[in-house]
Design a protein around this ligand. Sequence first.
Ligand code: AMP
Ligand code: MG
Length: 362
Amino acid sequence: MKTKVKQVNRDNFSRSEFEEASEILRSGGLVAFPTETVYGLGGDGLLSSAAEKIYAAKGRPSDNPLIIHISSMDDLTQLTDEVSEKANRLADAFWPGPLTMIFQKNDKVPYGTTGGLDTVAVRMPNHPIALELIRTSGVLIAAPSANTSGRPSPTKAEHVVEDLDGKIDMIIDGGEVGIGIESTIVDLTSEIPTILRPGYITKEMLEEVIGEVAIDQAILTKGVKDGLKPKAPGMKYKHYAPKGDLTLYKGLQSEVVDEINKDAAKKRAQNYKVGVIATEETKEMYDADYVMCIGSRNDEESIARHLYGILREFDHLEVKYIYGECFSKNNLGQAIMNRLLKAAGYHVVDVSGRERCDKDEI
Ligand code: AMP
Ligand code: MG
């Protein structure tokens, strides 16, 4: 299959630019498009055969359900008959935006889209291209991240081309995304609304609007090892992983820098290519083949935005060992550490004790 890449200016486009993509979606095909979180791989959320194509293109296990993207509250009534008061308040506060809510599904939503579950995940993205595509096509778009399953999520159209060229009908290139990590997922079918995946919208932000919110305990630990199973099926899979071996270091900044430099020197002496994920604050302090700055510790948003792009960059450079610093687990830091720990297969060195601890908690 030939994949067409179409450039669209997110700040200046006309409806007609979406006609071809809309036709593809209406006839059951696949179109990747930008959202404010990451690029999504879209297909008709009410059509099982489109979901099958999405799973095939991504190499994604079909028990890992898809998020359906909507452009209005009217769209929501097509997917679920049960929208609680709390859900309405969250929608008022955060939609369009990086928040996915889980509802009881109605009969229109095929099990092919929900991975066999009786619930459906829904989000209204805050991106002019994504919203226009949903409106023009009239399709409620099921869209997981537009990467090969297991690889870092795409934050630019080039990343989508890397993974999916030849496997999907079209990629809409609307430039780089703004947030860079996937949406927060909150389950509204449980008695206490529960976060199933941390993201840009934090627990504190949700609690300000609806009161008590829980966090699925399985996502705070290695989970599967402890016998806990994440409620979002996708969270149990290895994820976001670069090809090189990533290890994270926690402790005092100066000690972390020293330990990373020591370990990097050892690997370089063995002729391996070594990379370091540094911050604005530490980037001058490392000695490695490649030192990449992920952003400033004073600006967590910059760190989220650059995370996946840097992991992919190390793949291009064929770096064998990657060393990175840990971040605070507060606010957006929780989502950042959730992604980094998974990318590192939970390999964390605690420099104060200097043992490889494969720490469970984030
Ligand atoms: P992605 O589309 O790549 O961001 O992945 C979607 C995430 O949403 C995965 O972790 C899924 O397991 C999760 N998800 C989607 N639908 C549901 C649902 N009905 N219940 C729980 N988790 C869901
Ligand atoms: Mg994904």
